[in-house]
Design a protein around this ligand. Structure first.
Ligand SMILES: Nc1nc2c(c(=O)[nH]1)N[C@H]1C(S)=C(S)[C@@H](COP(=O)(O)O)O[C@H]1N2
Ligand SMILES: [Mo]
Length: 199
């Protein structure tokens, strides 16, 4: 099935589809619960805290005034769709790491999103040069259903780690499973190793 649906791709593109995945040209919307809001709500902020030397709290205007960058990357959902050459803009994670200075004991990061959705990743996942706080997609403001005004983007991992409606990054020294991880999904979530489940 996967191979069949990848038929329209060039060989170069096929090599970018991880095992067990198929390509989609639309952009599926996938989340638990409802889209929490369609505009930036009053009092919205983003916090970076926990095992860091300099915690951050930014309101929306402050976030948008930070240095920004664009990335083009492939994204992979564990439900088996992949999308090539997606274009994002936002704050590079390298800027965040530089600003907060994680403590050496910080091993994991918990992404906190609206409605209690969380995702945990090893700190090294943030060192992906394409990792960012994303607020624009394909030349426009990130749509509410895709996580606007702000989502995490960690494209090296299955997309459930890329929390939409992101509100905080918490650096921790003891790992704790997030929403999908508690349901048996992988901590490390590398699509190229097919790390779908924890067992
Ligand atoms: N807050 C939140 N973020 C989330 C999810 C969610 O349920 N809630 N689902 C994840 C999953 S499983 C996927 S595949 C992607 C989907 O992103 P998209 O809807 O922009 O394609 O969002 C991820 N981020
Ligand atoms: Mo997903």
């Amino acid at each position: 099935m996967g191979i069949f649906r990848n038929r329209g791709l060039t060989d170069e593109q096929k090599r970018r589809i991880p095992p067990g995945q198929h390509h989609v040209s639309d952009f599926p919307v996938l989340h638990v619960g409802e889209v929490p809001y369609t505009e930036v709500p009053p009092g919205w902020d983003l916090r970076v805290y926990g095992r860091v030397a300099s915690p951050l709290r930014l309101d929306h205007a402050e976030l948008r005034a930070l240095p920004s960058a664009g990335v083009v990357c492939d994204i992979h959902c564990v439900t088996s769709w992949s999308k090539l050459d997606t274009r994002w803009e936002g704050v590079p994670m390298s800027w965040v790491l530089e600003a907060v200075q994680p403590q050496p004991t910080a091993t994991h990061v918990i992404a906190h999103a609206e409605e209690g959705f969380t995702a945990n990743v090893p700190v090294e996942a943030l060192h992906d040069p394409n990792a960012m706080l994303a607020y624009r997609y394909d030349g426009a403001e990130l749509a509410p259903e895709h996580g606007g005004p702000l989502r995490l983007l960690l494209p090296r991992l299955y997309l459930w780690k890329s929390a939409k409606w992101l509100r905080a990054l918490e650096f921790v020294d003891a790992d704790a499973p997030g929403y999908w991880e508690r349901l048996g999904y992988s901590n490390t979530a590398d699509p190229w190793k097919e790390e779908r489940y924890a067992f």
